[in-house]
Write a protein that binds this ligand. Structure first.
Ligand SMILES: O=C(CO)COP(=O)(O)O
Length: 260
């Protein structure tokens, strides 16, 4: 349940999926979104880098945001294959994910790297969605809260505000597996993250959006997003289908409506 006074965000991470024809999905999102959902929530799509410019062009009449999935900390330079935050901004992106667990695993991105990427994102004027989450072993050992608190301490730089930063809690074992934590576990983790953020960033931390990610589907969205301090979702697989993604967005928008 989104925190009082916080505008929820439903974000889709397409990961390494999508060709130019995937713009059909964006067209479908666009027409559905025109029916009013954006009055209550923000929406974001993070396609692969090759599609960011095309996605921005396709969304031009509808304020669904477009973002990148990662960025290099630097503005430019000899970094073959990397993409600077300024390049994402240049083609119309407004957000970028940093520290997704797949980047941490596949590319060895440490908290230190994620911290530098986040600073780069801010320098360019992008909002960073800093991703954190424990592995199955860490949860089984009962260390999930300390692991996530450590990732936040290491990955989120001083100077984070509700405007320039979103935190996404994605338990690694829930990503792409169909498994989700219990509602009580989600509630406990999001309360702990809120406490960390408020402790460190005061009022800004109290207003920062905290998303849940990991096997969110239209059928479970209302349940997994029900606890306090869950201010939206970061959706992987289900964001590849316009109808599934809109189903999740509608569920979140419905909560706002129910709240009045
Ligand atoms: O990693 C995720 C979003 O960043 C979650 O992926 P799934 O929704 O496919 O579990």
């Amino acid at each position: 349940m989104p925190t009082d006074g916080i505008r929820p965000l439903v974000a889709g991470n397409w990961k390494m999926n999508g060709l130019r024809r995937s713009v059909d999905t964006i067209e479908a999102l666009k027409s559905h979104a025109q029916e009013g959902v954006l009055e209550r929530i923000d929406m974001l799509v993070c396609p692969p880098a090759t599609l960011v410019a095309l996605a921005v062009k396709t969304m031009d009449t509808v304020p669904i945001h477009i973002g990148g999935q990662t960025c290099h900390p630097a503005e430019n330079g000899a970094h073959t294959g990397d993409i600077a935050p300024e390049m994402l901004l240049d083609v119309g992106a407004s957000y970028v994910l940093t520290g997704h667990s797949e980047r941490r695993t596949d590319h060895g991105e440490t908290d230190e790297v994620v911290h530098a990427q986040t600073l780069g994102a801010w320098r360019a004027g992008l909002c960073a969605i800093v991703c954190v989450g424990e592995t199955k072993d860490e949860r089984e050992a009962g260390n999930e809260v300390s692991v996530v608190a450590g990732q936040i301490a290491g990955s989120v730089p001083d100077g984070a505000t509700a405007e320039n930063t979103v935190v996404a809690y994605e338990p690694v074992w829930a990503i792409g597996t169909g498994l989700t934590p219990t509602v009580d576990d989600i509630a406990a983790m999001h309360d702990a993250i809120r406490a960390e953020l408020t402790n460190r960033f005061g009022d800004e931390g109290a207003k920062m959006r905290i998303l849940y990610g990991g096997s969110v589907k239209p059928g479970n969205a209302a349940d997994v997003l029900a606890p306090n301090n869950v201010d939206g979702a970061l959706v992987g697989g289900a964001s590849l289908s316009a109808s599934d993604f809109m189903g999740i967005a509608d569920a979140v928008a419905g909560m706002m409506k129910a709240e009045g």
